[in-house]
Design a protein around this ligand. Structure first.
Ligand code: HEM
Ligand SMILES: *[C@@H]1O[C@H](CO)[C@@H](O)[C@H](O)[C@H]1NC(C)=O
Ligand SMILES: *[C@@H]1O[C@H](CO)[C@@H](O)[C@H](O)[C@H]1NC(C)=O
Ligand SMILES: CC(=O)N[C@H]1CO[C@H](CO)[C@@H](O)[C@@H]1O
Length: 537
């Protein structure tokens, strides 16, 4: 995008006016200390964006100001950052009623997937939509879907066997694209009885558009961040053509087309008396229902798009990070392979849940260190008083055990930073060390698991906030964890993974903005994660 100095001046004026208006509505600042506003337009976002690792900065601020503090947001607003377990438990218990989507979150979600999605719904609407979808994600449902997860994993395995066959020393495989295709095909079959077929070489528009998102610059420019933050106030700004916005528009369109096609197919099947047992079946049933569990056509479409995105983006990012970490730690990879090989057959859903402790530990450790959603933003719909387990600093330098928020106060939950707080997880919190999850054999020490007592104060799945918590906790969690375990179990048993340029090479990985931040090899373009893959026998 090219903006002339005049455009920039006009934007700055607009920013100032909007900033002024926004600031006025947020004037009743919370009584907390926090880092100074060192960028007028972007506030603390600038420092977070410039930091090599935002999680380190969040933690440093927590040490300086206490476990709840104020940061300045773009255009004059403030936000309360919560990093205290008791405060977080309170916050999540009041989701959808006291804490709701921000205007910015709503604006972008609606632009991408339309109005009426579960993701930004609150109150009774959220309750109704969630109740309607929940049966599709029950334990019984996921137990059945495990077979679908295996099918996808085996399709990749077979393709890799063929790639490697001609190369005794293994092949360089761009694993991220494979994990993308595994996730997309899986959510298609599992959620909508539709095979996108990307694992078998079929083109899928959705996959191609998702893929093109990975070619944006690694760090957003100041101008892009500004436009991003102004967009809810001045929607036409979003229409200024940029590579990213045109891809997002295309993504909405291609998800719309495939959803429309699948919905009309399922409607026809229903008319013929055939019932689809996957999530799309639930949606169509709700669309035709006059009970309290109905959904409008607009809502049905929005949930379809939400499920494609949620099923695709997050799971593929997690699985890609797993292969990266394992490629960098051959010792851990071997230990995992040994556990899986000793097991012999393909584990069932129940065996994944109750056995295979090292696989469970590796998966937990990846989810802890690389949560695909690194932050959550909310806004208080009403005033609230949040209790803390450790006192925090007030604006005047005193200490308080409660945070008072006003109606309209922004909330920021830095998931990734909380998952790796040294005050909770110990001095090696930022290290990839799956064995931290194994229970200690020393009597009296950590019967329920090896993780420290301090970390257990955090609620959420396995004391992490990766799947969020409370009434809006990830609906697809069991789906995602089971898919993750299934795919890893097949791939790690059959293949070994090594950094592209050899085990001792100094290759590093960084993140690049896809829809969510995605891993890529540092210094190379696109979302590439090439690894050397060999057969494991
Ligand atoms: C590793 C994989 C995944 C992670 C880390 C993850 C994480 C999350 C998080 C943090 C949220 C809360 C977002 C918010 O409130 O703003 C969420 C919501 C949601 N996720 Fe996931 N997710 C994953 C996979 C999936 C899958 C595979 C599906 C479905 C097939 C799914 C479906 C959903 C849905 C429907 C919601 C909205 C729930 C609500 O608002 O009540 N997720 N997920
Ligand atoms: C993934 O799927 C897309 C389909 O759109 C295809 O272009 C790409 O080649 C596939 N990649 C792999 C590694 O299978
Ligand atoms: C998203 O796509 C739908 C068609 O599926 C279209 O009606 C809608 O206007 C699009 N929204 C945006 C913001 O482009
Ligand atoms: C060579 C090898 O280990 N092959 C294994 C590939 O994975 C399947 C199941 O995950 C096993 O049955 C094979 O033995």
């Amino acid at each position: 995008m090219n903006l002339s100095p005049l455009d920039i001046a006009a934007l700055s004026v607009a920013a100032y006016i909007v900033g002024h208006l926004v600031t006025r509505s947020f004037r009743r600042a919370v009584d907390l200390s926090g880092p100074p506003r060192d960028s007028f337009l972007l506030g603390s976002r600038k420092a977070l964006n410039d930091a090599p690792d935002a999680a380190v900065l969040f933690e440093q601020w927590a040490r300086e100001y206490g476990p709840a503090y104020r940061v300045s947001m773009p255009l004059g607003a403030d936000a309360v950052v919560l990093m205290d377990p008791k405060a977080l438990a309170h916050f999540f218990s009041k989701e959808t009623v006291t804490y709701v989507a921000t205007p910015l979150g709503k604006f972008f979600t609606e632009n991408l997937i339309g109005k009426g999605s579960l993701l930004v719904a609150s109150g009774d609407v959220h309750k109704r939509q969630r109740k309607l979808l929940t049966p599709g994600f029950s334990t019984a449902a996921i137990r059945k879907l495990t077979e679908v997860f295996y099918d996808s994993a085996y399709k990749a395995k077979t393709a890799w066997d063929n790639l490697i066959e001609s190369n005794p020393d293994g092949s360089i495989i761009e694993v991220q694209q494979w994990m993308n295709n595994i996730s997309l095909d899986t959510v298609g079959i599992a959620g909508f009885s539709h095979d996108f077929g990307t694992l078998q070489g079929q083109q899928a528009d959705v996959a191609d558009v998702f893929h093109s998102l990975g070619h944006a610059p690694a760090k957003p420019s100041l101008m892009r961040m500004l436009i991003f933050n102004l967009a809810p106030h001045i929607p036409w700004l979003f229409k200024i053509p940029s590579k990213r916005s045109s891809i997002l528009t295309k993504l909405n369109e291609s998800m719309g087309q495939i959803s429309e096609m699948l919905l009309s197919r399922t409607r026809e099947q229903k008319a013929e008396g055939e019932e689809d047992k996957s999530v799309i079946g639930l949606l169509i049933k709700a669309e035709n229902s006059d009970s309290s569990l109905y959904m409008s056509q607009e809502e049905v479409m929005a949930q379809m798009k939400l499920l494609i995105i949620a099923g695709y983006e997050t799971t593929s990012i997690s699985m890609t990070w797993a292969l990266i970490e394992l490629a960098q730690r051959p010792d851990i990879q071997t230990k995992l392979r040994d556990e899986l090989s000793a097991f012999g057959s393909d584990p069932t859903y129940d065996q994944f849940t109750s056995g295979l402790l090292y696989l469970d530990a590796v998966v937990n450790e990846i989810l802890r260190l690389h949560p695909p959603l690194s932050e959550l933003s909310r806004q208080a719909a009403e005033a609230d008083i949040i209790p803390l387990s450790t006192p925090t600093r007030t604006a005047s330098g005193g200490l308080t055990s409660f945070v008072g928020v006003h109606k309209g106060t922004r909330m920021l939950i830095p998931i990734r930073a909380i998952n790796r707080l040294t005050s909770l997880w110990g001095p090696d919190a930022a290290e990839f060390r799956p064995s931290r999850w194994l229970s200690s054999s020393i009597p009296g020490e950590g019967k329920e698991g090896g993780i420290p007592e301090s970390a257990r104060a955090v609620q959420g799945y396995k004391n992490m906030l990766t799947f969020s918590d409370g009434p809006k906790t990830c609906l697809g969690r069991t789906f995602a964890v089971t898919e993750f375990k299934t795919v890893l179990s097949v791939l790690i048993r059959n293949f070994t993974f090594e950094l592209r340029d050899g085990p001792k090479s100094n290759l590093k990985f960084e993140t690049t903005p896809g829809l969510l931040p995605r891993p890529k090899l540092e210094g190379e373009s696109g979302t590439t994660v090439p690894l050397r893959v060999r057969r494991a026998d």
